[in-house]
Design a binder for this molecule. Structure first.
Ligand SMILES: Nc1ncnc2c1ncn2[C@@H]1O[C@H](COP(=O)(O)OP(=O)(O)O)[C@@H](O)[C@H]1O
Ligand SMILES: [Mg+2]
Length: 260
């Protein structure tokens, strides 16, 4: 059985009930990379937020299973404790909190929330050792660790710190929402290679993207084409290349049956 399973998932905006995600079935296992590719406004971020339990998005039908357990009604912290991780499209700044402090707090919160008998805060030397190893692996410059989180960070620095957070928290499924947006090619390579290096028996990923470009560095096993809240086509990596060459027109409902 897949680690993360979406069954007929419908998601509406909590504020006005508008349905954005209209019945999605998806199964992601560790060691697998799934790409969800769709045009702007198709509901990709809404899907990502609903997966994480964001209160602004309401699951109106269907369910989310994680490790066979129904997590549909669970809050974001409970899902994170089970090993779901979302890298946001627009990371926020936290003034006055350094990257190091933030990461340590995030790890400690997770240790508390996890039901594995380890509740005490991580020891500083152990944390430092983990942090140094992860920074080395992901080629994060040392000076970044002592800066205030995301304050004055470039797009590339923000994404790098997010991937660093991912490496430290060791999720079982990582959801990456437009991780390539705003990155120049060098930053993209570093971030994507960092994610790729974390994929394995311990972690799978759902890579949500408009463009094919990040998939040059994170090779997907499965590609799902997502249009107007639904998966409209599925295939292997070749589907991503087809989309890059031909765009989403062929899948857009408005153009069905139209001559061009
Ligand atoms: N919090 C929100 N408030 C109002 N509209 C929203 C909100 N979140 C998403 N939407 C709307 O839902 C649709 C899908 O948006 P989104 O999930 O961000 O798509 P994508 O990530 O594919 O570009 C858009 O029409 C967007 O305006
Ligand atoms: Mg989006």
């Amino acid at each position: 059985m897949a680690l993360l399973e979406l069954q007929n998932l419908h998601v509406a905006l909590a504020e006005d009930g508008t349905e954005i995600v209209k019945g999605v079935d998806l199964a992601v296992s560790a060691n697998e990379v799934h790409a969800v590719m769709g045009p702007n406004g198709s509901g990709k971020s809404t899907l990502a937020y609903a997966l994480m339990g964001h209160p602004g998005y309401e699951i109106t039908e269907g369910k989310i299973l994680f490790g066979g357990e129904d997590v549909t009604e669970m809050g974001a912290d409970e899902r994170a404790a089970r090993g779901l991780f979302l890298a946001f499209q627009y990371p926020h700044a936290i003034p006055g909190v350094t990257v190091t402090t933030f990461l340590r707090a995030a790890i400690n919160a997770l240790r508390k929330a996890r039901n594995d008998g380890v509740d005490d805060p991580i020891k500083i030397p152990e944390f430092r050792k983990d942090l140094m190893a992860a920074m080395e692996q992901l080629k994060v410059p040392r000076e970044l660790a002592s800066r205030y989180l995301n304050e004055g960070f470039s797009g590339g620095e923000k994404k790098r710190v997010e991937i660093l957070q991912m490496a430290m928290l060791k999720p079982r499924i990582a959801v990456l929402d437009e991780t390539d947006s705003g990155l120049d090619i060098d930053a993209l390579k570093i971030v994507a290679n960092g994610v790729q290096s974390l994929i394995g028996p311990a972690m799978g990923a759902l890579v949500i993207t408009h463009y094919q470009r990040i998939l040059n560095y994170i090779e997907p096993d499965f590609v799902h084409v997502f249009v107007d809240g639904r998966i409209v086509e599925e295939g292997g990596p070749e589907l991503a290349h087809k989309l890059e060459a031909e765009g989403y027109e062929a899948f857009t409902p408005a153009t069905v049956g139209e001559e061009s």
